[in-house]
Design a protein around this ligand. Structure first.
Ligand code: C2O
Ligand code: CU
Ligand code: CU
Length: 533
């Protein structure tokens, strides 16, 4: 079913008008809405607590010694509200919007790029019109005014471009920001705050000899997902974070296009995880390592109390089995896949160009150095938050999950045999507002893992069924999942079936679900789903 873009664009948020915008079985041609400037003016009736300007623009930065690197980044400016509401991480490259649950925010987005773009607020419960669906992309020079009330528990959310087929390159060039939500429960949890709260945004990039970003050019590289050969944290290579000898709360966010991290400390101290995509866990978890796929977030509690000045810790990404393209679902026997690993130079532990930084390779992410004495660290709370989970028995399809099969074939990535069409939704992609459903992601793509993301909601991972054919791959990742907290992205390993429980909220309209390997998203491993009143 094709939907009429104009009707969706003019949709009154939250209204039941959606049901009238299409009729069953009827093909409505997508209309060309270019030049239709929706939401280019602030609504005078909307009284924001926080008002910002956010400009996507061409910039440059000194990433490495030598020539500056040309980037695309968000530049922000607080127009009105608490000065804490807008900042940038040290280094100046990653903007941070910080608001409280319940606050009303206006973001005047201006696209100063030489191509179209739009901002998506990843992880937020939000009206369709404010969600940054590619149908709302605006041309260079245009503005889109976001106005919404924050309606998420405290957590580390983020924002990024979502234009049709250009998300990967725009994020890679530097367009990412953090969207941190705070609330009372979190503030009463007794966690380190202010200067004892850090954020680490992990991205991999590849720079040429002029220090300019290199992006994937080969189709096969896009199919594998683009990986760089150098790690940048908050836009800086070889980051050394200087800390006091006390406790910290750290937000980690994987802003890479396709790289998975298997994070662990070099000295075998456990990773003390206190939060996931949708905020604090109920209680801390000790892990020997944590898997962090593109778009995933975790929060750590770190205690350097009592450590000597000069003590260093290295956060590493350990080796894991990222698979190869051999045995790609639907490609068996085709395309001479047997030769892929060696012949294309893209197998496990290798990538084009001969670098040793393919997904699954080991490398250092950053170093922490104790440089100052600190106050006695407050203890790690054993209770962090209370989560009211949706209940499985309330699901409308408890024993018949909505199945989403992840597929990969020659030159094609798909979900249930369909690739993305801007204004298309299938009969089995329609859900009811305020209902609870079980969705089951089934990975039949061969040896690759995919981080699956659903817009507008947070879900709970309720079941993982492993496939013994991929046991050796699974074993290298299995202990690193944080399924105990709210999630909006979930890693689905080769052959795995992952069930998630989703409570759809009151917002109606057209939203997206997709693989968050951005090359896969851009190649169509994405679909709309429709929330009906
Ligand atoms: Cu980070 Cu469509 O999302
Ligand atoms: Cu999203
Ligand atoms: Cu994927």
């Amino acid at each position: 079913m094709k939907l009429n873009r104009r009707d969706f664009m003019n949709l009154i948020p939250g209204s039941a008008a959606i049901a009238a915008t299409y009729s069953w079985g009827q093909e409505i041609p997508t209309i060309n809405t270019a030049g239709m400037s929706l939401n280019s003016e602030p609504n005078p009736a909307f009284k924001p607590d926080v008002e910002l300007e956010l400009v996507a623009t061409e910039t440059s930065a000194q990433l490495l010694p030598g020539p500056v690197s040309r980037l695309w980044q968000y530049r922000g400016r607080l127009i009105d509200g608490n000065p804490r509401a807008f900042s940038t991480l040290p280094g100046g490259q990653v903007p941070v919007i910080r608001v409280r649950n319940g606050q009303r925010i206006r973001v005047e987005f201006k696209n100063d790029l030489p191509e179209e773009s739009i901002v998506h607020w990843h992880g937020l419960h939000i009206e369709q019109k404010m969600d940054g669906h590619p149908m709302y992309a605006i041309a260079g020079g245009e503005r889109f005014i976001y106005e919404f009330e924050v309606n998420n528990r405290a957590g580390t959310y983020w924002f990024h471009p979502h234009p049709h087929e250009r998300t990967g390159i725009q994020v890679y060039r530097g367009l990412v920001g953090l969207f941190i939500v705070e609330d009372d429960e979190e503030q009463n949890a007794g966690l380190p705050a202010d200067e004892f709260e850090l954020s680490w945004v992990l991205q991999d990039r590849q720079l040429n000899s002029d220090n300019q970003l290199v992006y994937a050019t080969h189709h096969m590289q896009l199919m594998m997902g683009f990986t760089g050969d150098r790690i940048f944290v908050n836009g800086r290579p070889d980051l050394v974070e200087e800390v006091s000898a006390t406790a910290y709360r750290v937000r980690l966010f994987n802003g890479s296009n396709s790289r998975f991290y298997k994070l662990a400390w070099n000295d075998d101290r456990p990773m003390t995880v206190i939060g996931s995509d949708g905020g604090l866990l109920e209680s801390p978890l000790q892990k020997s390592y944590v898997m962090l796929a593109p778009a995933e977030r975790i929060e750590l509690w770190l205690n350097f109390g009592g450590e000597k000045i000069g003590t260093e810790h290295i956060l590493q990404s350990q080796t894991f089995d990222a698979g190869t393209m051999m045995g790609m679902g639907g490609m068996r026997g085709g395309m001479g896949m047997g030769g892929m690993r060696g012949g294309m130079g893209m197998g496990r532990g290798m990538q084009m160009g001969g670098s040793n930084m393919a997904n699954g390779a080991a490398f250092d992410v950053l170093k922490v150095r104790v440089v100052r004495p600190g106050d006695t660290a407050p203890p790690l709370p054993d209770r962090l938050s209370t989560i009211t989970w949706p209940r499985l028995q309330d699901a409308v399809n408890q024993s018949t999950p909505r199945t989403i099969e992840l597929q990969m074939g020659p030159g094609r990535l798909a979900l249930n045999n369909r690739t993305f069409e801007l204004m298309e939704v299938a009969a089995d992609e329609i859900v009811k507002a305020n209902s609870t459903e079980v969705w089951e992601f089934v990975n039949t793509t061969g040896q690759m893992s995919h981080p699956m993301h659903v817009h507008n909601i947070q879900f709970r991972v309720i079941e993982r069924s492993r496939d013994s054919r991929y046991q050796s791959i699974h074993d290298t990742m299995w202990d690193g999942f944080i399924d105990e907290g709210w999630k909006d992205v979930v890693i689905v390993m080769p052959g795995e079936r992952v069930k998630v429980l989703i409570r759809f909220i009151h917002h109606t309209g057209l939203y997206l679900y997709h693989c968050h390997i951005l090359e896969h998203e851009d190649m169509g491993m994405m679909r709309n789903y429709l929330v009906e009143a």
